[in-house]
Design a protein around this ligand. Structure first.
Ligand code: CTP
Length: 237
């Protein structure tokens, strides 16, 4: 098999995060991790050295060796793991469905019910993709001094946008706001695609204002479609 990604180091996030209220309850979302895992498997088949940072997913998600997998639970743990490894990477693909909020306090014991409603105060989690976008911007603005070794090229940053409405507009806003090179946009909330489904249809938005639509197909083929676009962007650098 041809290995067009040989020598490339790819870091991929996948799956949901869980933000615990107490030891038996958490805030999360229906992400299955299938898209991120399909990307990781395909990238490895194409020769890339893959590191997968994964939220809690079902046993059906495969990670064929020698892929390195770092399991995490919360958004904060995912943030720390990504930041620790992002510098040694050529391509960053943030496919995880990260919770934007977490309970301000996590009770060490099961919270017992009381009469009447309950209020839970939520606080923001770190935005991992935005932090990577900022890091990329800082690197571009501060190239190394003449007597310093040349910096490695900034990694290619790929974000996802799962939207229920105004898909293209929201995805374009994310591309610019989070300083991505590519955004993979998909409509969620429709039957048979998006979250937890085996099939998907995506739109790829890049900084040259290209919008490329995939067919509605398996996540494996969507993964190949996304990687093809990434290779095209890398070849233009
Ligand atoms: N993301 C992230 N860290 C977060 C939230 C999101 O890295 N705390 C990343 C996701 O992995 C995805 C992209 O940001 O690549 C977009 O996530 P999405 O949930 O669609 O959008 P948000 O930026 O969270 O914005 P909103 O929820 O307002 O649509």
């Amino acid at each position: 098999m041809k290995q067009p990604l040989k020598g490339r180091r790819i870091l991929i996030t996948a799956g949901p995060t869980r933000e615990y209220l107490d030891p038996v309850r958490f805030l999360s979302n229906p992400s299955s991790g299938k898209m991120g895992y399909a990307l990781a498997e395909e990238a490895q088949k194409q020769g890339a050295k893959v590191m997968l940072i994964s939220g809690p997913v079902g046993a059906y998600c495969h990670t064929p060796p020698p892929m390195r997998v770092i399991p995490v639970t919360s958004a904060q743990q995912m943030y720390r793991a990504v930041m620790q490894h992002a510098k040694q990477t050529d391509i960053l693909i943030m496919a995880a469905a990260v919770s934007d909020y977490r309970p301000e306090k996590t009770s060490p014991h099961k919270v017992k019910k009381r009469p009447g409603p309950m209020t839970i105060r939520l606080v923001r989690t770190p935005d991992i993709l935005a932090a990577l976008g900022k890091m990329k911007r800082a690197r571009a603005q501060h190239p190394p001094e003449a007597d310093q070794p040349p910096a490695e090229a900034a990694p290619l940053l790929v974000g996802f946008a799962a939207e229920t409405q105004n898909l293209i507009k929201n995805a374009r806003d994310k591309l610019l706001k989070k300083n991505c090179d590519l955004v993979v946009a998909n409509q969620v909330g429709k039957n048979h695609q998006g979250f937890a489904s085996d099939q998907n249809q995506v739109f790829l938005l890049d900084r040259d204002k290209n919008i490329t639509r995939s067919p509605l197909t398996s996540k494996r083929l969507i993964a190949r479609f996304i990687l093809r676009h990434i290779k095209k962007l890398l070849s233009k650098r």
